[in-house]
Each structure stands twice: as structure tokens, then as C-alpha cells.
Design a protein around this ligand. Structure first.
Ligand SMILES: [Zn+2]
Length: 100
């Protein structure tokens, strides 16, 4: 588990329900297909998954962000400064190493 604090605002909470909602929907559709078949075959009912994804996305977009905790910015390593103009940009080994 991540040690980062999870945001508990309504928008992030609803967005976190996307995976479970899809899994439950697929399970229900497959169960319906096994029990009823014919019209309720999975080849006929799979668009319900898209409706669930759209519904959860819409609910997430409309939910308030009060108390939202933004994730920390990614850590990007600093680029070395460009060589001054007129110098050879070929890499040179660092000097003053210990043990040599
Ligand atoms: Zn949030």
C-alpha cells in the first residue's frame, strides 16, 4: 500500500468506485446471461458496461471537490546546465575522486 494520504473528497471517492462498479456490472451481466440467455445474452447486454462507466464518470465530474488533496508533483531530476558556448560538450570524468 502507498503511504501517501488518499483524498476523501466526494469527487475522488466516486472516481474510486469505478473499478468495483465495472466488476459488479460484468458479474451481473454474465449471471443474467447464464440464467436467462437469449435476449439477455452478454452479446446483447455489454453496452450496459459503457452506461455504468459514463454514469460514474458523470457523477464524479459533477461532485464537489471540497477538501480535495492534490497529489504531490512528480520528482523530476534536474538537468545539468548546458555547456558554455565555445566549449567542447564531450563528457569528461569527474575529478578529485576518492580512492584513486
Ligand atoms: Zn479529491
Amino acid at each position: 500500500m502507498s503511504d501517501r494520504a488518499r483524498c476523501a473528497c466526494p469527487r475522488c471517492t466516486i472516481r474510486g468506485l469505478m473499478g468495483p462498479a465495472i466488476i459488479i456490472t460484468v458479474g451481473l451481466l454474465l449471471l443474467l446471461s447464464e440464467m436467462r440467455g437469449s435476449f439477455f445474452d452478454f452479446s446483447n447486454t455489454w453496452p450496459v458496461i459503457l452506461l455504468v462507466i459514463g454514469g460514474v464518470s458523470l457523477a464524479s465530474a459533477l461532485a464537489p471537490m471540497t477538501g480535495h488533496i492534490a497529489p504531490p508533483p512528480p520528482i523530476v531530476p534536474a538537468m545539468p546546465p548546458p555547456p558554455p558556448p565555445g566549449t567542447n560538450p564531450v563528457w569528461q570524468p569527474p575529478q578529485n575522486r576518492q580512492g584513486q
